[in-house]
Design a protein around this ligand. Structure first.
Ligand code: FPP
Length: 250
């Protein structure tokens, strides 16, 4: 790629990308492997995309690693995913620090096994100085649960006299969500072709561009990521305005 092409590519990058990493099981099945082999390959794909986002200076990446509904999977698979996550947290923390990545988490983390929760918060704490990339793992995450928890906290604060009813606006609601420190995603990617949001960031995705690829997550390489970025760059983001207003803002 020429320098001009790289500069053009870098000029309109999303600031925050959220990804539903779907298709590990089908990828494994297609290859005659176990579902856990699929999830392991999924972790490798995720590591590569994290590295690439750092290189492209995309400041926020949020990965849907375990949904609140995933707790209902067979217990061996839940256990396997938890130990994979634990392994990732213990192995990768130095490399995250070295690469300026700060780790964050959203979701009902109190449901995670204690060992995993401790490792998770320890890595979040150790990496909090990283400013190149804010990597957020959505774990035990469900958007309706997140919004419900936010409503409970707001109601509690109103009851305690900390906020008054007339102070509740969209900014305040956003500030009570797990994602309070982040901009809303501008690009949402889902692999494996399903056209579903799956209870992921329902509030935050209001104006996101959606990109769905049939590629299974373990096959989602840098090249596939580039395709999503090019697709994003070709979109006209109007935020409810007309094209004319976007071209000639008053
Ligand atoms: C979907 O595949 C993936 C998940 C349930 C989440 C697991 C994700 C990873 C292991 C990758 C990233 C993890 C970390 C720690 C960064 P699926 O099982 O739903 O696939 P299927 O729909 O084909 O069965």
């Amino acid at each position: 790629m020429t320098n001009a092409a790289i500069n053009e590519k870098l000029s309109i990058l999303p600031k925050h990308i959220a990804i539903v990493m779907d298709g590990n099981g089908r990828w494994a099945n297609q290859k005659g492997l176990s579902r856990m082999e699929g999830h392991k390959a999924g972790v490798d794909a995720a590591l590569e995309i994290v590295k690439y986002c750092g290189e492209l200076k995309i400041p926020y990446l949020t990965l849907y690693a375990f949904s609140s509904e995933n707790w209902h999977r067979p217990s061996e698979e839940v256990l396997g995913l938890m130990s994979l996550l634990y392994g990732y947290l213990t192995k990768e923390s130095d490399s995250l620090i070295k690469n300026g990545v700060s780790l964050h988490t959203i979701g009902a983390s109190d449901r995670l096994p204690e060992l995993v929760r401790k490792a998770l918060f320890s890595v979040c704490e150790k990496t909090k100085g990283g400013t190149r990339l804010h990597l957020t793992l959505a774990l035990s995450y469900g958007a309706r649960n997140e919004i419900t928890r936010a409503v409970q906290k707001i109601a509690g604060d109103v009851q305690d006299g900390l906020i008054s009813l007339d102070k509740i606006d969209e900014t305040l609601v956003s500030d009570y969500l797990d994602t309070k420190q982040m901009p809303d995603p501008d690009l949402w990617i889902r692999t494996s072709g399903e056209m579903r949001l799956s209870n992921f960031l329902l509030w935050q995705l209001s104006y996101a561009e959606l990109y769905v690829t049939p590629v299974y997550w373990p096959d989602f390489t840098r090249i596939e990521f580039d395709k999503a970025l090019y697709d994003f760059q070709a979109r006209e983001r109007r935020f409810g305005l007309t094209s004319e207003q976007i071209v000639n803002p008053s």
